[in-house]
Design a protein around this ligand. Structure first.
Ligand code: AHR
Length: 305
């Protein structure tokens, strides 16, 4: 029927327009993720409309509404927080524009509001952090006093990394999280909150940071307090950016649980498929490792972010 305008994914010239609403530029991980998405779009010949929400949900909602008005073919976004997305996702669905969640999930009853999720298993990452800790202290009677730097409040990685870690350590009463606060995934906040922890607790054994940037900020605070990070206070971190591997080779971080930001190529592949109306798996997970300090030197040259 020649009178019908082409719908999303059915452009006569075959060109795909992807609207991508990024969280912000809060961490080294995020910068690597943005670069990966931009480079992969270019390589795949997909037109990318990119928006940076500066860690604010309201900005992301605005960006998604703009993408709907512009009639992009596919919307992808990495939700700042888990809840509060149903209304805008319904608007995208009503407009016939498929949505891909990348990196972070949303909390909704209605899974028809998005086509697929591409990213990491954050609960597993938290468990890996906890498993390293329980092995490290297997022969120690304790008590082991832990401080935790949480990611952005309400975000999937903060909620899940906390839950996975807690699940593993709860089996052994010698581990206690004596303080836990958000550092918003940034270096500056990580340092500031660690300074406060060090002031109010003289007996910290372990720092568990939900990402490398907060760990690196906290390391500065630990050194300024006259203590040795990695020795006086053991440091567990998540992500695996190059700066964290360098800190590991210097003995300042004890273990890094990897979280892979290089999602660009997989995202473009999924974008092409959903734009063409093809079925895609409900969840696509990335593969990740755990790097203890002893492996850092050998792994550093091969790190891609
Ligand atoms: O959602 C992934 C997390 O967001 C990364 O671990 C953190 O560094 C980033 O800001």
């Amino acid at each position: 029927d020649s009178g019908t305008a082409p719908g999303p994914g059915a452009k006569p010239d075959g060109e795909i327009v992807l609207g991508f609403a990024q969280v912000g530029a809060e961490s080294g991980w995020r910068t690597a993720n943005t670069k990966s998405v931009q480079e992969a779009a270019k390589k795949a010949g997909i037109t990318l409309k990119f928006s940076d929400a500066q860690q604010k949900q309201e900005n992301q909602i605005k960006a998604i509404r703009t993408f709907i008005q512009q009639r992009v073919d596919v919307i992808a976004f990495s939700p700042v927080v888990e809840s509060g997305w149903d209304t805008v996702l319904k608007e995208a669905k009503d407009a016939g524009i498929p949505v891909i969640l990348t990196d972070r999930a949303v909390d909704t009853q209605d899974t028809s509001l998005y086509k697929t999720f591409l990213g990491s298993d954050f609960v597993k990452e938290g468990r890996s952090a906890g498993e390293w800790l329980t092995a490290e202290y297997a022969d120690d009677k304790g008590p082991v006093n832990i401080v935790e730097l949480q990611g952005t409040t309400g975000s999937a990685p903060a909620n899940d990394r906390k839950a996975g870690f807690a699940e593993v350590i709860k089996g052994d009463g010698k581990f206690e999280v004596i303080a836990s606060q958000t550092g918003d995934f940034t270096r500056a906040k990580g340092k500031e909150v660690m300074q406060a922890f060090l002031k109010s607790h003289k007996d910290i054994d372990v720092l568990y940071a939900h990402n490398d940037d907060m760990a690196l900020g906290a390391i500065q605070a630990i050194e300024e307090a006259g203590k040795q990070p990695g020795k006086d206070i053991k440091v567990i971190s998540v992500d695996g950016i190059k700066d964290a591997f360098v800190a590991m080779t210097q003995g300042k971080i004890n273990v890094v649980v990897e979280c892979n930001p290089l999602l660009g190529d997989q995202l473009m592949d999924l974008t092409e498929k959903v734009a063409a109306g093809e079925d895609v798996p409900a969840r696509v997970e990335t593969e990740e490792g755990v790097f203890p300090q002893a492996e850092a030197e050998a792994a550093l040259p091969g790190r891609r972010y």
